[in-house]
Design a binder for this molecule. Structure first.
Ligand code: ATP
Ligand code: MG
Length: 443
């Protein structure tokens, strides 16, 4: 489990803002479900023979009433539960998204944590291949907006239960023929969940698994048409993909379309996002048959990729740092800081450890390291004369204004700095729109 420190926070914010904007641009609405759900929700929903339910859930008994509870390992089950509980699809299908921490007891390593963040989308009540493609294109837009180029799309169809059953018989027979090559995980799954053996990362099994019967060859016309429909839309929109017949998803609730976004830049934890269709799930949870499709992405992995791509963020604390010396100046400084905030600027007011405060030199050092574009200086002279001194701190602010500081009437401070920093001549700033991004996410 990780701490996200202030130096990394701007990158999280950039990611979160971007993902929200993209989801909104496709008409997705946010849903927030609890972090704790009843254990049965997951054991029923995800399937007993899955990594998550077999060995990854943080489950416990509530000592106060005996309830069996689990920290959510994923969010699809919770979102579907909530959709059913509140009858969200009563007036038609819903496009939903969520973000938040998930918990899995796994071996911690790079890109794999016990508490990690996912952002996901669930489109509930949609039957056609168009929504599958839409979800995929939404992800593509997100990678584009984040400047990520090395994420590729792998696509497959795992058909419906009947098609999988026919395939399963042949698959088990094939694996039995090669029993000597199966590792212990695979032996355990041979009869409970042989499809998952296709997903193995064991290098010594790769060649054998590549030769296994392909589920795609067992699909009937309807499943094939759906799969073809997804591909058609992607091709029309120039979204490249490869079909990976071995791609199966971890959870039992998936059917038909499954997809993963994969990168080579993160070593063995290269899947940044996985998704697919889960038509059976709503009915499994006691609802009317309701088709659905979704994805979940691992935020830490996406951020790691952003870092690998050289994204760098200067974590500027503020636009303006206010320094002061003297009792009257300190009072004036607090007024100056409030006025600048009224004007939409981000302002740090130097707080003295004791009355009288630190030397100007110490304060200016703080101002420098805050990343502020300007220092506002109030000394005894300024306080007495009703003026304020403004000093550009950074190269660009500097160049814009000559290098030296200027002393101006106190009353003109907000207008002056808004002009300098926002530079659009509009002084009536409740919020300063683009400027915020510009200053805080300077690459
Ligand atoms: P894997 O095969 O890597 O275990 P998964 O199939 O268990 O992945 P999903 O349940 O599909 O993963 O979750 C969607 C995404 O969430 C993954 O593609 C990955 O980016 C991220 N993710 C899953 N588990 C972790 C984890 N323990 N730490 C960080 N990110 C994770
Ligand atoms: Mg996993």
């Amino acid at each position: 489990m990780n701490d996200v420190l202030p130096t990394d926070a701007p990158m999280w914010e950039l990611f979160e803002n971007t993902v929200q904007t993209v989801l909104k641009s496709y008409g997705f609405q946010q849903i927030r479900t609890p972090i704790v759900e009843s254990t049965a929700l997951f054991s029923r929903g995800l399937g007993a023979v899955t990594d998550i339910v077999e060995k990854e859930m943080y489950s416990f008994t509530d000592a106060l009433n005996g309830d069996q509870l689990t920290l959510r390992p994923e969010s699809t089950a919770g979102v579907v539960r909530a959709a059913l509980e509140h009858n969200l699809t009563y007036d038609g299908p819903k496009r939903l998204w969520y973000a938040g921490p998930m918990f899995r007891h796994e071996r911690p390593q790079r890109g794999r944590y016990r508490q990690f963040q996912q952002v996901g989308a669930e489109a509930i009540g949609f039957a056609g291949p168009d929504i599958d493609a839409e979800l995929i294109m939404l992800c593509q837009r997100l990678w584009d907006d984040l400047g990520l180029q090395d994420v590729r799309l792998e696509l497959n169809s795992i058909g419906n239960a009947e098609e999988r059953n026919r395939h399963r018989a042949d698959l088990i027979a094939y694996f039995e023929l090669h029993a000597e090559l199966l590792d212990t995980d695979a032996q355990r799954r041979l009869h409970s969940n042989p499809l998952r053996i296709l997903d193995t990362k064991n290098p010594t099994m790769q060649a054998m698994v590549n030769g296994a019967p392909k589920l795609l060859d067992y699909l009937d016309a309807e499943s094939l048409a759906h799969f073809e429909g997804v591909q058609n839309i992607l091709r029309h929109n120039n979204v490249p993909f490869t079909i990976n017949p071995r791609l199966v998803r971890g959870m039992d609730y998936y059917n038909r379309t499954v997809f993963e976004w994969v990168t080579d830049q993160l070593g063995s934890q290269g899947t940044v996002c996985g998704g697919g269709r889960y038509d059976p799930l709503v009915e499994m949870f006691g609802g009317k048959p309701t088709p659905a499709c979704g994805f979940a992405m691992g935020v830490e992995r996406v951020l790691e990729l952003m870092k690998a791509n050289g994204e760098q963020f200067a974590p500027n604390q503020c636009d303006v740092y206010v320094v002061h010396q003297g009792v009257q100046a300190q009072l004036q400084a607090s007024v100056a800081a409030e006025r600048l905030r009224d004007a939409g600027l981000d302002v740090v007011l130097h707080c003295a450890a004791a009355a009288g405060g630190a030397s100007f030199k110490t304060q200016m050092k703080r101002a420098d390291s805050s990343g502020a574009a300007f220092a506002v200086i109030l000394g005894e002279d300024e306080a007495a004369q009703g003026t304020v001194t403004v000093k550009p701190l950074r190269g660009e602010a500097d160049a814009a204004k000559g290098s030296s500081q200027t002393t101006i009437p106190f009353e003109t401070l907000s207008d002056y700095l808004v002009d300098q920093i926002v530079g659009d001549g509009d002084h009536d700033h409740g919020d300063h729109g683009d400027h915020g991004e510009h200053v805080h996410y300077r690459h």
